[in-house]
Ligand binder design. Sequence first.
Ligand code: ATP
Length: 657
Amino acid sequence: MPTTPPSPAPALPDDPRNVSTPPADLSTFGSVRRLYPFVRPALPRLVGGLLSALGASLAALMIPQALKWAVNGPLAAGALERDWRGLAIAVGLVLVLGLGEAGLILLRRTLVMFPGTRVEAEMRMALFRHLQDLPIAFHDRWPGGQLLSRIMGDLGLLRRWLIFGVLQLVVSITTVVVGVGILVASAGWLGLVYLAGAIPVVVIVFRFSRKYRLISRLSQDQSGDLATTVEESVHGIRVLKAFGRGRDALETFTGQADELRRTEMRKASVDAGLMTSLTLIPEVTIAVCVVLGTLLAADGQVTVGDLVMFFATTAVINGPVVDLGMTLSMTLNARTAVDRYFEVMDARNPLTDPAQDDAAPAPADSAPAPATADPATADPATAGTVELRDVTFRYEDAERPVLEHVHLVLPAGTTTALVGLTGSGKSTLAMLVPRLFDVTDGEVLLDGVDVRHRTRAQVRAAIAVAFEDPTLFSASVRENVLLGVPDELAADEREARLHEALEVAQARFAAELPQGVETRIGEEGLSLSGGQRQRLALARAVAARPRVLVLDDPLSALDVATEEAVTERLRDVLRTTTSLVIAHRPSTVALADRVAVLRDGRITAVGTHSELLATDPHYRHIISSLEEDYAAHPHDGDLDDVEDVTAELTEPEEARP
Ligand SMILES: Nc1ncnc2c1ncn2[C@@H]1O[C@H](COP(=O)(O)OP(=O)(O)OP(=O)(O)O)[C@@H](O)[C@H]1O
């Protein structure tokens, strides 16, 4: 039997709230090069788009050459003996070049539109997949708004850059380089003077890049913080309203929005500075060239045709020089977006699946333990058993462990209640069983095999969890309840599980919702009371027919009568399952065959309720404080009556107190 865990994965990246400057080790090129795996399938179209764009620029640069030929040739022949044929050829040439340029621009747009949107979609899906895989510890540390802004805002930025920015950048640079080359080669001194104007442009662009990169990063991070504030205040709207703290939330939001506005203003002013320089410097250079060109023409060193070609070419170059400023800021924003995207994508999940060779065979499918456990994969002595063996667990960044040297066996087919004072580590212990966290030391064994030697999918197929805080998704009751049921299961079997689970969890109210079990609930659907939500979450755990059921205080929001009814039905279900129930109420403890007492991160006693009452003073203390607490707040969980009128209307008679 394997006992050593797989080698640890690299640590998670720094807290995103500390990330305010871009990583210095990658150049902009180095950063955006990381897009290659996503861009590769779209590369032929992108290259096609680039070639079309370059062709369009080349056509634009050829027009001045045609003009020069016309001015020096057919037009120079004099008014009386015009070369009409030559003139027609020149006009035709300009027309063909102009039409060619327009056609190539259209082709470029058509070619790059599809890959741009496709790369964005692929990257978005990859990020979402990765977020689903990342451990709870990652999600505890990363604010939702930061993730939201990366998956939406940053990827939108990248799409715009891929469709327009990157090609325009290459085209602008190529046009400027080729255009200046033509000027230097064919216009002598005039070309060199124009080239000299590039020196201040290079210096200004370099300084701009350094400054803009920092501001761009700040602005995108601040957008993420703002999104987090919106997300938190929308989620916590009830608390904010109940405590009259809406104004405080508004002030926080206004402060952050104003900070972002100031950053955007700084960004715009740095951008404007660059645009002004890129417009002004070529204009000043051209003014100098006009004076010089006039002197050279008067001296007979250049022809009028040369001057027409020169100034027409500078007119073609000037546009791309100004575009260069715009595409450069787009590129720096895209670089920030790539950095922010890969900060999440680079985060590794320390909860790894074992290598194929090391993996233990899959545990018996969702069959009840121990009778039907697969004899080929499970030792009959341990089939269906969960064991925590000398388990120590410390949260990342926490100074001391929450759990220390915990030994606890959950025998197959039994129900163990876990009790302890608040903060003693009950929920933490429960999360180690389905591998939501991995132990720092020791082992969690399922069927006698370390859970780290099974894939996470195998472990989670065997274990279902219902948390105190029930999360429902924006989907129908049916979809929410059948979340843990394999899709391959026959339709009638799924239907049977749905109805059984709703019945066990006393959630028959679902049938009386406006569209029955097809009613959409969750954030965008019908609001349910706390008790109703909890019962659906419990139904979800029951419907999965797990071999191991972990219930983290799943009945806390139920009224007394409903809790009794659920407890009764749950007892039948728990008989076929190995269960761990975290109890905050004496009535929940009554569900259990055995009770384990957790005190300051250690299991201090295990026994039946009556044994512990007789022998363990700490247990008596816990039970009396639970009873006191319950007596003081007997209606804490009785949310069905007060929270939602819908509940009143749809609750079946027998489920009401
Ligand atoms: N994600 C986390 N990171 C760091 N510390 C945590 C985290 N979650 C819980 N803790 C700490 O671990 C300790 C145990 O918490 P846990 O939620 O397991 O206790 P509990 O016994 O379930 O409490 P309660 O009965 O109040 O639900 C607490 O001191 C808590 O502050």
